[in-house]
Ligand binder design. Structure first.
Ligand code: C2E
Ligand code: CA
Ligand code: CA
Length: 920
């Protein structure tokens, strides 16, 4: 059967143009021509379909005669529809479909059969055949079947295309959203631009991209961000971008899409690469081109399409927004900075104003650390004695006038403050006044910082604190000086001693010596003449001491009547000289309120050769030396040596022992008879204390009394002696009633004489012992009496009223003025042993004795000579008219047993002293 000719059915071609009917499904101008493969071994049918009928539908046709041939063509050409005959020479149509199914190929197919069956039709549809046509093929049914298949296929195409477009759109919206988000989430323009370039490359599937911005100042385009462009280029962000294509975009403000020309000559772009295609879009803001966003393909034959351009334009808009935002931010930052500056200036003037208000007395300064100009207020200058126009505005006007000793400290303080975070600056220093003196100022201030926190300015006030400093100076002076004498006090002395010790350690030539001076009996003066007089005397002493030393030396008052002299760079000879000079100056009588006062002092000297580390140790040894001078009789100086320390320690332990001695009954009294020289009879006894020391044996008063006096123990001793003597004597008088006129003399220390309770205690003792007051006589030294103290006067009066006589002991050795003697209630003088003993022909002693005896008789006083050791002495005294005496010639001090036996002898009618009658 031959192919029917087109002319047979000419009407088909016009009305049934399939391609035309699918026009709406195709891209504009993209005319779709279906390709149909006819697999049929019948040449007539094949001819008719391939050459006539199907072309009349507007389709292209292919022809295969066998199944194998058909499969081959399907694999190669991908026909849109296969028109398949069921009976083929090598296989049937179903086999072809099965083979295609095993190859996972789905080709729309139509099965044609001459004698089909229901079973074949079911198999065919199962294998995915679109339609089943009986032969001879009805033209209209075939046309409908083809149209249906094509329309289905086209719908699937369209759906896939729309899906991919949708996916693309989602990706692009997501990317844009991300870019947009970065606009608000980061203020870093570079970061935003980097994301925009990345998005552009990603969305257009480009190889690389970049963003370039026009520099406003130069009008030049500079690379600002890039993606996938060689690292060395992307790092060079300020790369100048100049090429004609970019230039064109900038100039026109329109996007530009270009591909390699037909001859495959690549495009050269600004990045230096040859590219296959490019897409530049302008970054526009308010009609102005800010820059260009660009992507390109290097080798890929793909061209950029309108869709890419649309996306790039969106990204360029984002870039424009980001750039605008950044500019706005920068502008507002500038505005804020401007405002802060204005506020700072306002605050600055406020501060300056408040400083000015703070005190009209304060000067104001304002130091620009950048220009090194200082504003000094008129008051600032006035504090220094200058008129406003007299000083300039350089820091030198200030710093140059600061006291040389203070300047370094001030400069350090300022620079330390500027580098620190301290809010407030404060410093005190001296500054030169116009009149040449230095005044003290307090400088207070604060620093002003710039936006970076750098201190650019310092301002503050200056107050005149000279008065306060003087007051402080006085306080400091008071802290280190004695208020009475203005001499350095203990604290200052210790400091100077420390320095002297250190100097001595560094240099052998820096020797020094210390004089530890203690006034003798100063307490007596204080007590008798009053504290005011005592104070005036101390001031006089201070003046004497200061006059005795050089300016470099230190005279310090160490306590009541103790003074320390630090003699710098001095040897022992110098120390002795000065000590002698001081003793001499002190010895000249001082007249205060009509009182003639004689001063002596005991001085301990110590030399730096002793190598001390500790000033306290040094002073302790000097004290020991002074103590030694005291115990050696006062009014003298002693150089410290190491044995002194030992003997001092002995003294200490002795003191300790003495305190226990009284409790342990180690003290005892000896009684030395006092003789009535007229008839060599017993007149009375003098009680003399002894200490039976458990280790050192019998100690006489010289071994422990001065220590007892210094420590106050003497009061206990005296009280004990008084009580013991009174009680013993009262007993003896009862036991041995030889002479009711016998009396007992008890020695009293000056301390006890001054003691408030003396009278009361004497009274008690008399009552306790039953001794009559007239039988008790108290011996006190003339210096103790001469204190001319009202209390002592009244004590003497009271004792006298009790019948107790007062004998002046050691008479003639003190400084007392004999003229005052009559004022005191005293009844006898005991002429000191020194006038009696070793008295030789030719010396003045006998005359002195005679004078004293006359004085005594003139005043109605008894006179008792002490220490009569030989008959010559006794002879002389008798000749001179002395009526009473005591001494070894008559008897040594006797213990109680000896006294008892003496009494017994007298009771027996014997006169133990009769042997001396011959002498008389
Ligand atoms: P004093 O009051 O001048 O006592 C007389 C001292 O001369 C006694 O020394 C006595 O032993 C000593 N003496 C007496 N006749 C002679 C003599 O012919 N030749 C020499 N060389 N010495 C003679 P004593 O007992 O050592 O006492 C010394 C001083 O101790 C006393 O001097 C007296 O001031 C004081 N004293 C003694 N006992 C006491 C006391 O109980 N209380 C107080 N406060 N002082 C006392
Ligand atoms: Ca005596
Ligand atoms: Ca005496």
């Amino acid at each position: 059967m031959p192919f029917p000719t087109t002319t047979d059915r000419p009407a088909y071609s016009e009305s049934l143009n399939i391609a035309a009917s699918f026009h709406f499904l195709s891209q504009k101008n993209d005319r779709f021509v279906p390709n149909i493969l006819v697999v049929d071994d019948n040449p007539e049918i094949a001819y008719f379909l391939v050459k006539k009928l199907l072309p009349s539908f507007g389709c292209k046709t292919l022809h295969a005669q066998t199944g194998m041939e058909g499969l081959e063509m399907i694999r190669k050409t991908q026909p849109d529809i296969v028109l398949l005959d069921l009976q083929l020479p090598d296989m049937d149509g179903l086999d072809v479909l099965r083979r295609l199914a095993t190859e996972s190929r789905t080709v729309p197919s139509l099965l044609m059969t001459a004698h089909g069956s229901e079973q074949v039709a079911v198999d065919a549809f199962r294998l995915g055949v679109q339609d089943y046509l009986s032969k001879p093929v009805d033209h209209e049914l075939l046309r409908q079947a083809i149209t249906r298949i094509l329309s289905q296929r086209n719908l699937q195409h369209e759906k896939a295309k729309l899906t991919s477009q949708l996916e693309e759109q989602v990706a692009w919206l997501t990317t844009l959203a991300r870019v947009g988000q970065s606009l608000t989430s980061t203020l870093d323009l570079d970061e935003v631009l980097r994301r925009i370039v990345e998005a552009g490359v990603y969305l257009t599937k480009a190889n690389e991209g970049f963003l370039a911005l026009i520099d406003e100042a130069s009008g030049q385009l500079y690379m600002r961000s890039s993606k996938n462009i060689e690292e060395y280029r992307s790092r060079t962000m300020q790369l100048l971008v100049t090429d004609t294509t970019i230039g064109q975009v900038v100039k026109t403000g329109k996007p530009l899409r270009l591909s390699a020309r037909e001859d495959n000559t690549p495009l050269k772009v600004s990045t230096g690469f040859l590219v296959a295609s490019l897409l530049h879009v302008p970054i526009l803001s308010r009609g102005k081109t800010l820059g260009v966003l660009s992507v390109n393909h290097r080798q890929n034959p793909n061209h950029f399409v309108a869709k890419d351009e649309a996306m790039m334009i969106s990204l360029a808009d984002f870039a424009a927004i980001a750039i605008e935002n950044a500019n706005l931010y920068e502008q507002s930052r500038r505005e804020v900075a401007e405002r802060i500056k204005a506020e700072a200036a306002l605050r600055e003037s406020d501060e300056r104003y408040s400083l000015a208000v703070k005190g009209t007395n304060d000067g104001i300064w304002d130091w620009n650390l950048t220009t090194q100009e200082v504003y000094y207020s008129p008051r600032w200058k006035a504090i220094l004695g200058y008129a406003d126009e007299e000083l300039g505005n350089s820091p030198k006007e200030w710093l140059g006038r600061v006291h040389p000793e203070d300047r370094k400290y001030l400069e350090t303080a300022i620079s330390t403050y500027i580098q620190s975070n301290e809010p407030h600056f404060e410093h005190e220093h001296r500054i030169l006044h116009k009149n040449g003196t230095y005044c003290w100022v307090l400088t207070q201030g604060f620093a002003v910082r710039d936006a970076d926190g750098k201190r650019i300015r310092m301002a503050g006030s200056q107050s005149d604190i000279t008065d306060r400093k003087l007051a402080e100076g006085r306080l400091i002076h008071n802290a280190f000086h004695d208020t009475l004498t203005s001499l350095p006090n203990r604290a200052l002395l210790l400091d100077r001693l420390n320095r002297a010790i250190l100097r001595r350690k560094r240099s052998d030539t820096k020797t020094f010596s210390i004089l530890y001076l203690d006034l003798d009996h100063f307490k007596n003066i204080n007590d008798s003449l009053g504290h005011a007089t005592g104070d005036r005397l101390l001031v006089i002493v201070a003046d004497i001491l200061k006059a005795s030393v050089r300016a470099m030396d230190t005279v310090a008052r160490f306590g009541g009547d103790e003074f320390i002299l630090l003699l710098e760079e001095s040897g022992m000879e110098d120390a002795y000289d000065i000590a002698q000079r001081i003793l001499k100056s002190l010895s000249t009588p001082k007249v205060i309120d009509g009182h003639e006062i004689y001063l002596t002092a005991s001085i301990g000297i110590i030399s730096s050769d002793m190598e001390y580390n500790d000033p306290e140790q040094l002073l302790r040894d000097a004290d020991i030396a002074m103590y030694s001078a005291k115990s050696r009789g006062r009014a003298r100086y002693e150089l410290f040596h190491l044995e002194m320390r030992n003997s001092f320690l002995e003294q200490l332990s002795l003191e300790y022992d003495l305190r226990h001695a009284i409790r342990n009954n180690e003290l005892c009294l000896l009684y030395q008879p006092i003789i009535s020289l007229e008839n060599n009879t017993l007149f009375g006894f003098e009680a003399l204390v002894r200490w039976k020391h458990p280790i050192n044996g019998f100690l006489s008063p010289k071994d422990f009394l001065s220590m007892a006096e210094n420590t106050g123990l003497v009061l206990t001793i005296d009280h004990w002696a008084l009580q013991t003597a009174a009680s013993q004597f009262s007993e003896w008088l009862k036991m041995f009633p030889v002479n009711p006129q016998l009396s007992i003399n008890v020695n009293l220390s000056a301390k006890y004489l001054r003691h408030r309770n003396l009278v009361e205690e004497v009274n008690q003792i008399l009552k306790q012992t039953g001794l009559i007051g007239g039988r008790l006589k108290l011996e006190v030294t003339e210096s103790a009496i001469m204190e001319n103290n009202k209390h002592i006067m009244s004590t003497l009066e009271s004792l006298h009223a009790m019948g107790v006589d007062i004998h002046i002991d050691d008479f003639g050795t003190g400084y007392s003025s004999l003229a005052y003697l009559h004022q005191f209630q005293v009844q006898a003088l005991k002429i000191d042993r020194s006038f009696i003993s070793n008295s030789q022909e030719g010396d003045h002693k006998p005359e002195l004795i005679r004078t004293m005896l006359h004085l005594a008789s003139d005043l109605g006083l008894k006179a008792i000579a002490e220490g009569i050791e030989n008959k010559e002495q006794l002879q002389q005294l008798k000749k001179a008219g002395c009526k009473f005496g005591q001494g070894f010639l008559f008897s040594k001090p006797l213990d109680t047993r000896a006294v008892s036996s003496l009494f017994s002898r007298i009771m027996a009618g014997e006169n133990p002293f009769a042997a001396l009658e011959e002498v008389a």
